[in-house]
Design a protein around this ligand. Structure first.
Ligand code: HEC
Ligand code: HEC
Ligand code: HEC
Ligand code: HEC
Ligand code: HEC
Ligand code: HEC
Ligand code: HEC
Ligand code: HEC
Ligand code: HEC
Length: 564
């Protein structure tokens, strides 16, 4: 029996805990082998306790704050949920939970039944975390401060002791991520001791963190926590909470749990109604069990050149998704989500999604005077045909997105903030930094083109007479749900400044007005498509400068024709 303690004075977490429990703390070693209190908060009918720990039955006890007071059990030892609401309270009470004593087994015991998984896990870097020559050379094998992250259950009952006493618990194994599992191995049909499967980043973050070690370990978890991948955008959350189908259609890119369910062939709209709010965690990009041929255990490669888009037809059913996924497993990992979703210039409801970066990089999105842009990459796309832009034999963009967005951090590991944190990769090719810096963010050239285009679009709108396009608060050239651009004009109607900001106070024409545009003014559709393609890419042209320039200048040519 093992214990964790909390008192009401310590308070911390907001009331209303997540409906499905995930590990909320990071602990060296991964999944805790002992219960740890993670939260205590006042709720309307009492106090809610939450704790972390391996699977199994827990018992909650309470006592008053007098040191000599006895502990009183609250109910039986039957709690499996890692949370309890206590309604009968002492004032200033102390609480503790006791749970199963950890019992570690070592992965060889799992082989019998999980051979398909174990076979692969022995190929990963985890499987040599203790035995690697570097770890040995640094004295890690005999240094207590290193062992929690390089072995199973170090310092806990039945956990790793030493290479000679407990060789079966050396290296990082199943039980680091799933918790102690000997009870399960002995009673595989007992659901109460079935090991936990948690895709939370905190499981990996216990070890892949700079805050739990003095050794030079990369701050991967901390970087990830600061990234866009660590949160689900509020609007996507809102969609998923109001429509279970959206758990599939939005969740496939916005929710880590939904995406992994779909990759596993399960319909998240059915299984995850309470668990779609998990963001893009480590296990969404990394396969925890297999190398997949890359030492980084990525689910997909970091480089590809084939066209890819995940359309709404591809997410209409789980079967459609798995077919598409399996056929396109060799598409760039980032592109799996950062693609244009099949956006077309003929769309009338919405502007292209903010996710079109892969298509922009390869030049496979947007309308040019001579037709759709199907493949117009430039050196930034990292294609072999551009390796003549190498410096002293090195070509710097061979990992495509990751080359710029995951440049090495201070520990020389791949930076998981996914932000372009420095210019160093640029300076490898661009020898005149001042010119480059001028171009870095929203280039003056692009900003001016957008201003000119907006002025022209608004002039065209002012010339319209059909009431479908001229109703109050309707902007004639916009999508029915406007793309997000707002602007200021001077008295002559010339756009003086603009921004991408929500909420927008106007709408575009409704369906009938959109049909009118489609029939009579198809080039207006192409112009707005190009405009939002460049803006929603979010790199302000850097992903493909010539494409950005061409999309905006061809749009301007159409506007000149429309205004004649
Ligand atoms: C005697 C067979 C057997 C052994 C040995 C065994 N397991 Fe299992 N394991 C099972 C069965 C059966 C299930 C339930 C599968 C299911 O419900 O889909 C399971 C499920 C699991 C799950 C998934 C639980 C879930 O909710 O999906 C994990 C994780 C797991 N085992 C880990 C381990 C580890 C780690 C070991 C070694 C310490 C181990 N198992 C040893 C039979 C075994
Ligand atoms: C118990 C600690 C621990 C946990 C938990 C853990 N890791 Fe690791 N991980 C390590 C150690 C230690 C290494 C280095 C092993 C080596 O190279 O010898 C490593 C290596 C890796 C590597 C290979 C790095 C390389 O340079 O080749 C990847 C990828 C990785 N871990 C991802 C993950 C993911 C994803 C998770 C969570 C699902 C996770 N790890 C959970 C300790 C852990
Ligand atoms: C908080 C967990 C943690 C602790 C404590 C820790 N490491 Fe690691 N170590 C990791 C992780 C995670 C990796 C792989 C990813 C990385 O390098 O950031 C790693 C990688 C390594 C590597 C490179 C991989 C290899 O095997 O070649 C060595 C060497 C290493 N650690 C040695 C040590 C030594 C020595 C100590 C003690 C002084 C130590 N570590 C303490 C988590 C830890
Ligand atoms: C680095 C962390 C990590 C290690 C090591 C690890 N797992 Fe897992 N495991 C996970 C995660 C995360 C998932 C959920 C992945 C998903 O949904 O695709 C998972 C899922 C599972 C599942 C259920 C889903 C499935 O794929 O069938 C089983 C069973 C399982 N693991 C068993 C094992 C066994 C046995 C080992 C050791 C041989 C092991 N795991 C090693 C992290 C890990
Ligand atoms: C093909 C993958 C994919 C699908 C499907 C998808 N999204 Fe996105 N979405 C993304 C990516 C990637 C981003 C981040 C792009 C960025 O930040 O530049 C994003 C960004 C967003 C944003 C933020 C835009 C902004 O203003 O910065 C919202 C809101 C959003 N998505 C809502 C949704 C909703 C609602 C759905 C379902 C109807 C959905 N998404 C479906 C990939 C997708
Ligand atoms: C499983 C889907 C998925 C994968 C894979 C993915 N992303 Fe994302 N990414 C998203 C979503 C969704 C967002 C938006 C999250 C938000 O705004 O809260 C996002 C946000 C971002 C952002 C931040 C944008 C902003 O507005 O702050 C960057 C940069 C980014 N991703 C780059 C990458 C890179 C580089 C890769 C490949 C290494 C990648 N992403 C892989 C789904 C994904
Ligand atoms: C040549 C370097 C380079 C390459 C290659 C690259 N990017 Fe970017 N990306 C940038 C720069 C520079 C920015 C704008 C600066 C910023 O805001 O981070 C940017 C912006 C973004 C944004 C918007 C960020 C935000 O904060 O709104 C996303 C999302 C993104 N890139 C994803 C990707 C994806 C996905 C790929 C691969 C398909 C990719 N990038 C390839 C350099 C690059
Ligand atoms: C959006 C996808 C994505 C997510 C989320 C993600 N990674 Fe990675 N990770 C990558 C890619 C891509 C690489 C390889 C980059 C390259 O090859 O340039 C990588 C590399 C690594 C490596 C290799 C060693 C190094 O140099 O850093 C480790 C370890 C790692 N990731 C751990 C983690 C952990 C732990 C988390 C969660 C806290 C995580 N990753 C989340 C995409 C991701
Ligand atoms: C592998 C070499 C390489 C790297 C690395 C690289 N670039 Fe480039 N970049 C080029 C080449 C070559 C061109 C000219 C392409 C053309 O005009 O067809 C270019 C063009 C540009 C342009 C357009 C200049 C113009 O004509 O107006 C900008 C802006 C730019 N790069 C920014 C960046 C930024 C920012 C980075 C780093 C995040 C970067 N580049 C990294 C090779 C590179």
């Amino acid at each position: 029996m093992t214990l964790a303690l909390a008192s009401l004075g310590v308070c911390g977490l907001p009331a209303g805990a997540q409906q499905v429990q995930h590990l909320t703390i990071t602990q060296p070693g991964g999944m805790p082998g002992l219960p740890v209190m993670t939260g205590i908060s006042q709720v309307t009918n009492g106090v809610q306790l939450t704790w972390a720990g391996p699977s199994g039955y827990y018992l909650v006890q309470q006592k008053s704050n007098s040191l000599t007071a006895p502990w009183t059990a609250l109910g039986q030892q039957t709690n499996l949920a890692l949370t309890a609401t206590i309604t009968k309270l002492y004032s200033n009470a102390f609480f503790r939970v006791s749970g199963p004593a950890p019992k570690y087994a070592g992965y060889k015991l799992c082989l019998e039944c999980h051979n398909n998984i174990c076979r692969y896990v022995t190929n990963t870097a985890h499987a040599t975390a203790f035995s690697s020559p570097d770890f040995k050379a640094l004295g890690g094998q005999n240094n207590a401060s290193c062992l929690p992250c390089h072995t199973v259950g170090y310092g806990l009952p039945t956990g790793f002791v030493s290479a000679t006493a407990t060789p079966q618990l050396a290296n990082v194994q199943c039980e680091n991520c799933h918790g102690p599992a000997a009870n399960h191995a002995a009673n595989e049909n007992d659901p109460t001791v079935r090991p936990r499967v948690d895709i939370a980043a905190t499981v990996c973050g216990g070890c892949h963190s700079a805050s739990h070690t003095t050794f030079d370990t990369a701050p991967t978890y901390e970087e990830w926590s600061s990234s866009g991948h660590a949160v689900v955008v509020p609007d996507a959350l809102q969609s998923m909470s109001s429509s279970t189908n959206s758990i599939r259609t939005c969740g496939v890119c916005h929710s880590g749990s939904a995406r992994l369910a779909m990759i596993g062939g399960k319909n998240p709209a059915v299984t995850l109604t309470k668990d779609y709010n998990v963001p893009i965690t480590c296990a969404v990009c990394h396969n925890p069990h297999q190398t997949n041929g890359s030492p980084d255990q990525l689910r997909n490669p970091v480089w590809s050149t084939n066209y890819f888009a995940l359309t709404s037809a591809d997410t209409a059913t789980v079967a459609a998704f798995t077919n598409k996924y399996n056929a396109n497993i060799n598409i760039n990992l980032c592109a799996q989500c950062h693609n244009d979703r099949g956006a077309a210039w003929t769309d009338t409801s919405r502007a292209p999604h903010h996710s079109l970066q892969y298509n922009f990089l390869l030049g496979s999105v947007g309308q040019l005077l001579n037709g759709p842009s199907t493949f117009n990459p430039m050196p930034h796309a990292g294609l072999p045909s551009f390796t003549n832009y190498s410096i002293s034999g090195t070509f710097y963009l061979t990992n495509q997105c990751a080359s710029c967005h995951m440049q090495a951090d201070s520990s020389d590991a791949d930076n998981h903030s996914f932000a372009v944190t420095s210019d160093t990769v640029c300076f490898n090719c661009h020898v005149t930094p001042p010119e480059l810096l001028e171009d870095y963010y929203l280039t003056p050239a692009i900003s001016n083109s957008v201003t000119t285009l907006l002025t022209a679009l608004n002039r065209w709108a002012a010339m319209q007479t059909n009431s479908l396009l001229t109703a109050t608060n309707v902007v004639a050239w916009e999508y029915t749900n406007p793309g997000g651009l707002t602007w200021q004009t001077n008295s002559a109607g010339v756009v003086t400044s603009w921004s991408l900001s929500n909420p927008v106070t106007f709408t575009g024409p409704a369906a009938a007005g959109q049909s009118l545009l489609t029939t009579n003014f198809p080039n207006i559709l192409k112009v707005r498509f190009n405009l939002y393609t460049v803006l929603n890419d979010g790199s302000f042209g850097v992903h493909n400068p010539p494409l950005a320039r061409n999309l905006l200048s061809d749009a301007q040519i159409w506007m000149v024709q429309l205004l004649q």
